[in-house]
Design a protein around this ligand. Structure first.
Ligand code: C2O
Ligand code: CU
Ligand code: CU
Length: 573
């Protein structure tokens, strides 16, 4: 079908649906899970976003989205994640976005959860109180799995936060607000890789309303969309107070009328609803204020005139639109009525011993469309499961300069750490980017510099990721990996040797052969599964390794010879 006709069909269905079923729907507040063991089952089913219309969706412990996980700082938590998805090739991963934890438990593309199997990471919660989230991260499948519905919040609590007079009764004065845009095709299936994300959902609900008490309430905003940024604000430009960014509380609250969130970013805000009982107020996106280049603005256009095909057909682009209607009700019995000025002491990192430059570029500099649509690369490379792009050392403090040489804004995200933004294109840092961050939107033809430190967790074979959080770009390979290596056990990574070493057959079931153009006779071999459990350790005997006793799954084979260390993936089936 012609793309244009197809697009209008979608708009048509959208209009009919919103007119016919335009009634407001109560906001669903995801259930919470707490304790030290969390059983999470990835499932599928159908959801009626529009009444009477069944849309196939994915969720965790349900058919859409996921429970809110409540963690306490310093607790050790075990998460048993079972993949019960059906269909072909529906392996996935679950990543704990924003959390500081060992790479092998991070849930990046390397920690595959095969169908009908359970992955059980266990780690100590080291982050400060804040709002984090979890979502799939399978290579090439992140957009599909997130858009289908797999995403949930993580709320971390700690004593510093508990000492503040803040709303923290979940679902009463402290509300999760997961904002996602979705595209539904003519058959009401969730569509990805289209510019037709014309439905805005909060916590999986279209046209949502929230009944909130007339007092200070806390909203935990997450932009869980695949591509779209929002310029959040309220009816009548009502002021709100920003209290937390991606990594947790700020040192003091900041009064604002707008906060921009690109995909992956979170903020916590306080909204004072005192004296407004009986009234309604809207959380909106003032997308008309977005400059060219942000997905969600009226235009995303390069200097050469390149645009994203069909982008201008989406009525939401550049529009100011309502996201969540808030109906103000009676006060609760113990309302919070003031907004604290001072929050928690924060130390800003500004000192570093290593500088790195990461550059975003379209694969084809000459093609105007590719400057806005990609595919994009980072320092000339696309993501490769078996290549480590950056090696850093435990306890390095580093300044990263992220330069965007494309015509679209990209939200840059790094795993493992939180960072402090030093400057935005050499200039000052806006208030909503002054706290701890793990995602930052880098505007076209600009750069952002941040400082971070790689502490606590080193692993000489399992990498962390950095990538663009526009999920379509990420899936297209706008991602790289970094190893945090402990200098006392450091191995030397050699790309040429890496490429010349071949494991075959792969997938395999009885044995694998190891072929290389260099001598492996004194090499040490270590085979571990995705959570680091050892299955083989020893010499490379005749370049053949028996895997007949290994359970089915994904393994990493680490070959160490003198200073060379090579890691390859094998699938046992
Ligand atoms: Cu929210 Cu690497 O992801
Ligand atoms: Cu992440
Ligand atoms: Cu991008």
């Amino acid at each position: 079908m012609n793309r244009l006709i197809y697009f209008f069909l979608i708009i048509f269905v959208w209009c009919v649906q919103t007119q016919r079923l335009g009634a407001q729907n109560p906001l669903i507040i995801p259930q919470t899970l707490s304790g030290d063991t969390f059983n999470l089952e990835i499932q599928q089913g159908t959801t009626q976003f529009y009444s009477g219309i069944n849309t196939p969706t994915y969720g965790i412990n349900g058919v859409l989205l996921a429970p809110t996980l409540i963690f306490n700082k310093w607790d050790t938590v075990t998460l048993n994640v079972k993949n019960s998805l059906k269909g072909n090739g529906n392996s996935t991963t679950i990543h704990w976005h924003g959390l500081h934890l060992p790479a092998k438990y991070d849930g990046g593309p390397h920690q595959l959860i095969l169908q009908n199997s359970t992955w059980s990471p266990k780690f100590r919660v080291l982050n400060n109180a804040g709002t984090f989230w979890y979502h799939p991260h399978g290579h090439g499948k992140t957009d599909l799995h997130v858009a289908k519905g797999i995403a949930g919040l993580i709320i971390i609590r700690d004593s510093a936060e508990a000492n503040l007079n803040l709303p923290r009764n979940y679902g009463t004065d402290d509300f999760p607000v997961i904002v996602q845009s979705k595209a539904f095709d003519v058959l009401h299936q969730i569509a990805i890789s289209t510019e037709e994300d014309t439905a805005i959902l909060v916590n999986g609900v279209v046209n949502p309303y929230l009944n909130a008490p007339s007092q200070v309430i806390r909203l935990r905003l997450l932009n869980g969309s695949s591509m779209r940024s929002y310029n959040f604000g309220f009816t009548g430009n009502k002021e709100f107070s920003l209290i937390a960014t991606d990594g947790g509380l700020l040192d003091s609250s900041v009064k604002l009328t707008r906060v921009r969130l690109s995909p992956g970013e979170r903020v916590e805000i306080l909204l004072d609803l005192q004296g407004m009982q009986g009234q309604s107020i809207f959380l909106n996106s003032f997308s008309s204020e977005f400059p060219n280049g942000i997905y969600g603005a009226k235009t995303v256009k390069s200097m050469m005139g390149g645009t994203i095909p069909d982008y201008n057909l989406n009525p939401l682009n550049g529009l100011d639109f309502g996201i969540l209607k808030i109906n103000v009700q009676t006060q609760t019995s113990n309302p919070v009525t003031t907004i604290p000025k001072y929050l928690v002491p924060l130390i800003r990192r500004t000192i570093f011993n290593v500088s790195r430059n990461l550059n975003f570029a379209p694969d084809s500099m000459m093609d105007p469309t590719s400057q806005v649509s990609g595919p994009f690369n980072i320092n000339g490379a696309h993501f490769d499961m078996e290549v480590v792009n950056i090696k850093t050392y435990l306890n390095n403090s580093e300044k990263w300069r992220i330069t965007n040489n494309t015509a679209i804004a990209h939200p840059f995200h790094i795993h493992d750490v939180q960072f402090d933004i030093l400057n935005v294109n050499g200039g000052s840092v806006p208030a909503y980017q002054r706290g701890k961050k793990d995602v930052v939107l880098v505007m076209p033809q600009q750069y952002v510099e941040f400082v971070t430190k790689f502490e606590n967790f080193a692993d000489d074979s399992v990498p962390f990721m950095y990538h663009c959080h526009l999920l379509h770009h990420e899936d297209d390979g706008m991602m790289g990996s970094f190893l945090v290596v402990d200098t006392t056990t450091a191995g030397l990574f050699n790309k040429t040797k890496h490429e010349s070493l071949i494991i075959y057959p792969n997938p395999a079931s009885e044995y694998v052969g190891i072929k290389s153009d260099f001598d492996l006779s004194d090499a040490e071999i270590l085979v571990i599964n995705s959570v680091g459990k050892e299955y083989y350790k020893g010499k490379c005997v005749q370049n053949i390794l028996s895997i007949a006793n290994f359970p089915k799954g994904v393994y990493f084979i680490r070959i160490k010879q003198n200073k060379n260390l090579i890691t390859k993936k094998i699938i046992v089936q």
